[in-house]
Structure formats: C-alpha cells, structure tokens
Design a protein around this ligand. Structure first.
Ligand code: ATP
Ligand code: MG
Length: 248
C-alpha cells in the first residue's frame, strides 16, 4: 500500500534521513522503532505531505505523492489519519469539535451526521459523555483516546500513530495497544506505529522496522527482531547503555 524509495532529508546540513527504503502492506501493523532524534516523526510526516523530501519517492496505492498538485495531494491526504505525538488536541475546542475536525475538513456531511459520526468514533475508543469537555479537563490517557477518535472519525485507510503510549501509565498504555489492534481488526486499516516501547512493539506489530542513522537497518516479524544477532538491534531492544549505538 505504501512504498518509500530512497528518501533523503536534511535540516541545515544535518542529514536526518539518508536513503529510507520501506514498504507497508495493506492491512498490516508496521512498527517503526529507533532512538530519540533518529527521524521517526520526520519520516511519517513525509507520508502526509507535512514535510517534503530532498530526494526520493513515496508511493501510496501506486501513486507517487511527493510532487502532486494541490488537489491530488488532498485526495491522498484524505486516506491518512495521524495520531500526533502528545495527541495535539485543539485547546480551545471541545472534545466533540476536536473529533469533528477531520469530518469538517474531508467530508460534506450535514452537521447532524458529523455529530453522529464523532460520537460513534468516541464510543469506539471507549469514551462516552465527555463530548462537551475541554482538552484541559482530560487525563493524558483520555487525550490520546480523543486523538484516536479524531483520527478514525472520517474513515481513513491508513492510521499513523506517533508514540501513542508515551507519557501515560502502563495500564492505559496497554489499553491503547489494544485499541490499535482493534482498529486494525474492525476498520481494516493499515497502521504505522512509532514507538520506543519494546513491550508495545511485540504486542501490536505484524512487522518491525528499525531506523538507525538515517536508514532502515532491519525489517521483520517481531520474533525475528527479538532473535536478531545484529548488535545495534540487540542493544536497542535490551535497552543497554553499552554497545555500538552512539549515544549523543
Ligand atoms: N523542522 C525541523 N527543522 C530542523 N530540524 C528538525 C526539524 N524537525 C526535526 N528536526 C531534527 O530532525 C531530527 C529527527 O527528528 P524527529 O522528530 O523525527 O525524531 P524522532 O525519532 O521522532 O525522535 P523522538 O523519539 O524524540 O520523538 C532531530 O535531530 C530534530 O532535531
Ligand atoms: Mg518523534
């Protein structure tokens, strides 16, 4: 469904992505792991056109997306939903208005229909009766769920999750893992999940890809990654301070 070919991106001479090659199959959950600052968020922001590559191509359903007209870009963007790192809700909008945001942007539904779909999305993530609360009134775990409801409300084909379980307690984090799996099963979406969390990785991934020094250095099913002999992967998944990974 998605094919990334030789993607490069630098910021002010700092090479962040240095030739990314990666494919994502329809309906799978691909988990991308890698250190802080390795370029994980930058990589998925390319998929939704928030960042343009210096070089390389991104194909979505066979269509190269990095050099599209405004109108075609919108059509591709409509296929994606993104759960941003930290949930990124609009502070001045209610929960319901936040969840309706993508519906306002990507659909021509009536207000009643949008409200009904927003409520349905909220109930899918286990939230009811909080439609009129403001984001500051929510716990971290609820904010993530509202972010997820906003992501699924307009029926996307691909969901991008940027660190969905970071910053919440382990039980709520695991509930988010369950939701990611549930979205795949119920909505048949294709998912890309970015995380540092190895426990979540093993739980949700159909396949894992490791980003290191601007390249995808390995991809494979969780078992294969767990058994990997590659010292960089071993150090990352065991969280050892000592090893080949340069720390700073
Ligand atoms: N708009 C920007 N301008 C300049 N540099 C940037 C910009 N966005 C990101 N960077 C740099 O690119 C690198 C990769 O950033 P990115 O946010 O993708 O990392 P990450 O892997 O998501 O890290 P984390 O796990 O901490 O979220 C970082 O060194 C960051 O400073
Ligand atoms: Mg990030």
């Amino acid at each position: 469904m998605i094919r990334i070919v030789d993607l490069h991106k630098s910021f002010g001479g700092k090479k962040v992505l240095q030739g990314i090659n990666l494919e994502v199959d329809r309906g799978e959950i691909l988990v991308i792991i890698g250190q802080s600052g390795s370029g994980k968020s930058i990589l998925i922001k390319h998929l939704i056109g928030l960042i343009m590559p210096d070089k390389g191509e991104i194909y979505v359903d066979g269509v190269e997306t990095t050099r599209l007209s405004e109108e075609d870009r919108y059509k591709v963007r409509r296929k994606f939903a993104m759960l941003f790192q930290g949930a990124a809700l609009f502070d001045s909008l209610t929960v319901l208005q936040n969840v309706s945001f993508g519906l306002d942007r990507y659909t021509d539904h009536s207000q009643e229909k949008k409200t009904a779909l927003a409520r349905k999305a909220l109930s899918r993530v286990g939230l009811r009766g909080i439609e009129n609360l403001m984001p500051f009134e929510l716990s971290g775990g609820m904010r993530k769920r509202v972010g997820l409801a906003r992501a699924i409300a307009y029926d996307p084909e691909i969901i991008l999750y940027d660190e969905p379980s970071t910053g919440i307690d382990p039980i709520r984090a695991d509930a988010i893992n369950d939701l990611i799996i549930q979205m795949k099963n119920d909505l048949k979406v294709t998912s890309i999940v970015i995380t540092h969390d190895i426990v979540s990785t093993y739980k949700v991934a159909d396949r894992v890809a490791m980003l290191y020094q601007g390249k995808i250095i390995a991809t494979g099913p969780p078992d294969e990654i767990r058994e990997s002999k590659n010292p960089i992967i071993r150090q990352f998944i065991t969280g050892a301070a000592e090893g080949p990974i340069e720390n700073w």
